[in-house]
Design a protein around this ligand. Sequence first.
Ligand code: FES
Ligand SMILES: [Fe+2]
Length: 381
Amino acid sequence: MASNLHLMSETLQNTAMMPDDGPMGLPGNFYTSTDYFEFEKAELLRRGWHCLGRSDEISQPGDFFTIQLLDEPLLVVRGNDGTVRVLSNVCRHRSMPVAQGTGNRKLFVCSYHAWSYGRDGALVRAPHMQNANFDQSKCGLPQIRCEIWQGFIYANLDSDAQDLTPQLRDLDAMIEPYQTEDFRTVHAAEEVWDCNWKCLVENFMEGYHLSVVHPQTLRGYTPTELCTKSASGELFTSYHANYPDDIPSRGHGAPGLNEKQRHRSTLFSIFPTQVVSQSASLLVSLNLHPLSVNRIRVRWTMSVYGDDLSEDAIQQRIGLWEEVNREDREKLVRLQQTLSSAHAQAGPLASDDFEGTIRDFHKYLARSVATAQQLSIPAAH
Ligand code: FES
Ligand SMILES: [Fe+2]
């Protein structure tokens, strides 16, 4: 296994360094090897920032939702002080989950022996615990690192990870006119997809498939041939899915937007597991939570700008995105079946406007693996 991993790591570094006029994808085993997935989990996923949802999903003190990030059950809750916290959802007594689902609580009471935790994770009650050595103050729920960026909630399981927000400054500049932070969340849903997590990142981030896979749902607004690559950085990549000139823009959005910005969707990924579509009136985020090498839980949210869209229009957009996701999912599940083939070798990628974002993603993967293995690899340009 060690030598196999070393070989794959070399392949990844070589792929990241392919010349710009001859970009290549990755071979199938990067998406099907259980050993490689375990390696990614330890070295990349457990060290990365992962989007959990939108902060306005828990707008009031005591509002919460639960979520599993890799092996960690988490409780995302707004405290009495208004702060969003990400807490371990594992009881400090004998490890039952403390909370389930979503809701609002003054106290989180464990369903097993009724230990009760406050909204900040402190243990406030532990019935019949009369042992002299029991120290209630030392049994709070551990707090996980958390940052809010543009209204999204992120968590990182690695206490040594670099802060997220400073690494997204170039992306901030690009989406600033949309007022992403102010978008109001109208829909959140979870589904399980039988595919490797990287396949969904790559699929969402390339415009090459849009006209082929989404002829009814997306092609009219975002045909492949109008896609243009946009900014990238160490932790993100992006492209514009531009609308044809003769089509009206979809909603007005924030006052600072120009006509060009109203006339396109900007798709960006914050590595490793969030993919987002930002347009004038609509913000859709797919947050991927890898469960195994060929299975992910997708938690997705839809948010809207102000009162731009009527209730009917919102329902229509939710239906549209459900259909788009269904179309992508069907492709990715079928793709996963063939990635185990001995003939699933690295294939040539299309030019930057269509698949340059995949290259950015692979460069990010290569840098992360190189850091993990203490190798050196040139930084992204
Ligand atoms: S496991 Fe939670 S109170 Fe016992
Ligand atoms: Fe798609």
